[in-house]
Design a protein around this ligand. Structure first.
Ligand SMILES: Cc1cc2nc3c(=O)[nH]c(=O)nc-3n(C[C@H](O)[C@H](O)[C@H](O)COP(=O)(O)OP(=O)(O)OC[C@H]3O[C@@H](n4cnc5c(N)ncnc54)[C@H](O)[C@@H]3O)c2cc1C
Length: 396
């Protein structure tokens, strides 16, 4: 690990346990996941054994209580897992985010005991892969208001019909947390959350989507065609899905920011190493002040994000789930906005330091640059993040 990164990690708001977790995940990810990056990106390949491998370390489902198969750690710990994996394999960390932060966390916080016992132990050991099916062709930023997927009660089942788009892990998932309108006449107030086994008849992966970055992560369009889901699979209460979505979104934004931090650290590290190695005009390019300026700016951006990210992560770890929204809603939106803006500036500078080599598809810095753009779109776009912050500031 570059000295730049090691020093920073020691000087910030991590206690000994958190530092140890980050160091262990970082080491494990470098040894096991780094070498998979190239094939995942080139072939849009997902390594099926990656989640079980991480599960064996105990770091998957970090926040789940031990009696349900987890490590019983706090939210900050699960963020550090994402950070550590993201440095060595951004696509894999995105898959973990969808599995754990978007699906598992929502089940943990909102489902009844029977559902938790059915899914959580397998999700913690990596034998069950999860995804979250919220957005649709006509419902992206307006995911709740524009939702057209319906769930109609028929005896002891709900019958789901509709299309979900851009679903991370969709093609490889065993279970999905799905949102559908049970009372369409109530608009966003008539949405219910369900756990749906992806082998259920009528759950169809209509297509796997080809992306510009994060290409190892599998992304799907999912069509529900008279998909019959038992009433016991309702998560939370009927027509109360908005509560489930909203409580999860703040945590998703914070988790994504940890992931971005790991990617930004790697951009900086690659740029520093290249600036030391690459020689032009008889000197290492790192001796030129214009190159030094880029490195200094990148370092500063990474450190500002680290400080903000650990601060919000520690804050959310200290408050009970459910009360999280009011306290960290604005800060989590601000954090992920800053992280999304920062990663593209840092990745851009890092490609610039690499010159022509940075523009080549197979270079690690090129993959980071392509992956970075998603981080201004997923978990609410930059514009939606700004809307949330402004609404909170203005009190409306
Ligand atoms: C790779 C990838 C993975 C994803 N994974 C998942 C997943 O696992 N599960 C899931 O449910 N979803 C997932 N998503 C969906 C993601 O959450 C949406 O793409 C995102 O919320 C934006 O919606 P949209 O793409 O429909 O864009 P749109 O909402 O159509 O937005 C288009 C543009 O209009 C702007 N805009 C929209 N409304 C406003 C407004 N009121 N004011 C100002 N500007 C506005 C947006 O900011 C954007 O610039 C994923 C998306 C991608 C690309």
């Amino acid at each position: 690990m570059s000295a730049v990164i090691t020093e920073s990690r020691q000087s910030y708001g991590l206690d000994d346990d958190h530092r140890e977790i980050l160091e262990q995940v970082d080491k494990f990810s470098k040894a096991n996941f780094w070498e998979l990056q190239e094939r995942m990106d080139n072939d849009e390949w997902w390594p099926d054994d990656a989640l079980p491998k991480l599960g064996q370390t105990g770091f998957l489902g970090a926040t789940v209580p031990p009696e349900l198969g987890g490590a019983g750690l706090d939210f900050a710990a699960s963020g550090l897992v994402l950070q550590g994996v993201a440095r060595w394999n951004p696509s894999l960390s995105l898959g973990i985010l969808a599995h754990e932060n978007l699906c598992l966390n929502n089940i943990l916080h909102n489902a009844n005991d029977e559902i938790k016992q059915r899914y959580l132990p397998g999700m913690c050991d990596g034998s069950i892969v999860g995804c979250l099916s919220l957005t649709e062709p006509g419902a992206g930023s307006d995911a709740l208001g524009g939702m057209a997927t319906t769930a109609k009660l028929d005896g002891d089942h709900y019958v789901l019909n509709g299309t979900k788009l851009y679903i991370t892990n969709g093609p490889v998932a065993d279970v999905s947390l799905v949102y559908a309108k049970t009372s369409p006449e109530l608009g966003a107030k008539g949405i219910t959350a369900f756990v749906v086994d992806t082998k259920t008849e009528g759950f169809n992966v209509a297509q796997k989507l080809v992306k510009m970055g994060m290409r190892g992560t599998q992304t799907a369009e999912i069509v529900f065609d008279n998909c019959r889901v038992p009433v016991e699979n309702v998560v939370g209460e009927v027509d109360q899905g908005v509560k489930v979505v909203m409580s999860g979104l703040d945590l998703e934004r914070i988790g994504l920011s940890y992931m971005i931090l790991g990617m930004a650290e790697r951009c900086l590290e690659l740029a520093v190493d290249y600036a030391k190695d690459r020689k032009q005009f008889g000197k290492a390019i790192g001796e030129f002040q214009l190159v030094q300026g880029m490195l200094a700016e990148m370092y500063t951006e990474v450190e500002v994000l680290r400080s903000f990210c650990y601060d919000v992560g520690n804050e959310v770890s200290e408050i009970e789930h459910g009360s999280a929204r009011s306290r960290v809603h604005k800060r989590s939106a601000a954090l992920v906005l800053q992280a999304g803006l920062m990663i593209m500036r840092v990745a851009d500078n890092a490609v610039q330091v690499h010159g022509g080599a940075g523009y080549i598809w197979e270079m690690e810095i090129n993959r980071l640059y392509r992956a970075g753009k998603l981080l201004q779109i997923g978990a609410g776009t930059n514009e939606v993040r700004k809307i949330i912050i402004a609404r909170e500031l203005l009190g409306n």
